[in-house]
Design a protein around this ligand. Structure first.
Ligand SMILES: [Zn+2]
Length: 346
């Protein structure tokens, strides 16, 4: 796409590998834009800029969860190949804060629109993905800690691949927690299938969807695609598969660069903004996690973004004494944030 030089004073610009690109300029009373804003917004929110790569292991004949959890963490670190804690501001997307699109929206949207978004600020959504059968053993402990701080959360389950502990799920539901869907299984192939094949898998989750009144989805390992979004609305109303800034998905870096909910293909996408225990993949120690995320929490509050937390109760993630203590610290911090109860789908 040819790049123009904008008239007037350039107030926002970006850099590609080859050149600087003027994004927005001011001339007298008017603004000039490099791109058509609605088209650009759609382009970013749907991550059309992103190249989704199918991880090699999703083509292997066995399920990658046969690899023990701690080894998976090491393998994931190797596959991701980027240090989340390096703080290199020249990398795109920025992590844990990517503020370019938010800033642009603030300039273009103007103060009125930001005021509307401010009503959504300080919203806390706590979510968990139960990746393995062993994870169920830690659910009640984590949920109890949340109740003690006045929270209710969303627990995403995999429909097939492990023995679901329905006793634990019934207990959650009886205590006003919600259950969500974390895929038919966790082989990470879903997002790479054709729409019809995705339907075949999700149709097999219908009994669970009805039993627990599931109305939200998070794709395994954050893998998402246009095909997946084209059918999700037939099953749920809310989706948590997208991150605002994503360096964790094995399909490649990306993110919708946006911290509020938005509509896509008839469902409401709620970007996950605090993938709390994914940082373990980068060797951040449990007792350092809250410190790591604090600037992000403050930034989310300042720009009116949702605080959407995700953890995994599984033993190789948040199912340990050190991680439970760290999560309790996070809950204490969040409980001081004024909030509504639980979010949509949660
Ligand atoms: Zn998962």
């Amino acid at each position: 796409m040819p790049v123009r030089t904008l008239e007037g004073q350039v107030i926002l610009w970006g850099h590609t590998e080859e050149q600087r690109v003027d994004l927005v300029s001011v001339e007298g009373e008017s603004l000039h834009f490099q791109y058509d804003w609605p088209v650009w917004q759609e382009y970013v929110l749907t991550e059309s800029y992103r190249t989704l790569t199918r991880p090699f292991y999703t083509r292997m004949p066995f399920h990658y969860h046969v690899v023990p959890g701690p080894l998976r963490n090491i393998a994931a670190r190797f596959l991701l190949g980027r240090d989340a804690t390096a703080g290199d501001t020249n990398e795109f997307p920025g992590f844990p804060i990517e503020q370019g699109f938010e800033l642009l929206h603030h300039v273009i949207g103007g103060p009125v629109e930001m005021g509307q978004h401010r009503r959504l600020s300080d919203r806390v959504f706590l979510t968990h993905d139960i990746d393995t059968a062993e994870g169920f053993a830690f659910v009640k402990d984590i949920a109890q800690r949340e109740m003690d701080c006045g929270f209710r959360s969303l627990w995403n389950i995999v429909a097939s691949g492990y023995r679901i502990d329905h006793g634990v799920l019934e207990w959650l539901v009886s205590n006003d927690f919600r259950v969500g869907l974390h895929g038919y299984n966790h082989d990470n192939k879903l997002a790479f299938l054709e729409a019809g094949q995705i339907r075949e898998r999700l149709d097999q989750c219908r009994d669970l969807i009805e039993r627990y009144r599931i109305n939200s989805f998070r794709s395994p390992s954050w893998l998402r695609s246009d095909a997946l979004y084209s059918v999700l609305g037939e099953y749920v109303e809310y989706d948590y598969s997208t991150l605002d800034t994503d360096i964790f998905c094995p399909g490649g870096v990306g993110g919708c660069l946006w911290t509020k909910s938005f509509e896509r293909e008839g469902i409401t996408v709620i970007p996950t903004t605090v993938p709390f225990d994914d940082l373990l993949l980068f060797k951040v120690q449990p007792h350092d996690l809250c410190k790591f995320w604090r600037p992000k929490l403050e930034w989310l509050r300042s720009c009116g973004g949702n605080i959407v937390v995700n953890t995994h109760p599984d033993p190789h993630r948040s199912g340990s004494a050190a991680m439970l203590a760290s999560y309790s610290d996070l809950l204490q911090t969040l409980s001081r944030v004024p909030r509504t109860a639980a979010g949509p789908g949660a």
